[in-house]
Design a protein around this ligand. Sequence first.
Ligand SMILES: Cc1cc2nc3c(=O)[nH]c(=O)nc-3n(C[C@H](O)[C@H](O)[C@H](O)COP(=O)(O)O)c2cc1C
Length: 196
Amino acid sequence: MNVDDAINFDDLRILAKKRLPKIIYDFIEGGVDDEDGLDRNENAFRRRPLMPRYMVDISERDQSQPLFGRQYSSPFGIAPTGGISNYRWGGDLMLAEAAREANIPFIMSGAATASMEDLAKVAPEHGWYQLYVAQDRSISEDMIRRAADLNLSTLVVTVDVPTGSNRERNRRNGFGRPLKLSLASKLDALRRPLWL
Ligand SMILES: Cc1cc2nc3c(=O)[nH]c(=O)nc-3n(C[C@H](O)[C@H](O)[C@H](O)COP(=O)(O)O)c2cc1C
């Protein structure tokens, strides 16, 4: 199976597991503290069924929404994910391009692997910048100034990580600061030439 044959998230998950070293796969697939939040998030969507309405004119369907002074094609966008190039090299800008094509917002992470300057080139209207507030205020002020100088339309300030999170799989795999790669993790990475 390749990515074009994948028809749902489970298929994509199988492909990702094959391609990525375990330490990387576990980072994107795992959650914190018994991973309860992952189930809760998915169940929140399951509790919201879509209600079909028949015998109505569907020749024109429009789910566009105004947001921060701009009209987007859908009322949702792409959430920020840091360190994307661990999963797919150049992934930040691929997502930015996809968001531009679909006319939805893409939030580039403050822990992105591309620069704000690149984002402004690829998706000047759809790229939002996510700020992780630094302890040293002058760093944050500098980032905000850069975003403004580049005319990025929207700044997203993340407030939900006042402390580090307890990602259990990361702890087992030695994925922390400082990074402690075991011999097993190194050998596992060598077995994934496509990812390397
Ligand atoms: C691998 C990974 C990296 C993430 N990096 C960031 C980040 O850099 N900044 C941020 O605000 N949220 C980050 N998040 C959180 C996501 O933006 C999102 O809020 C979260 O995954 C919940 O949405 P979901 O249920 O659609 O996954 C990350 C999530 C994952 C899985």
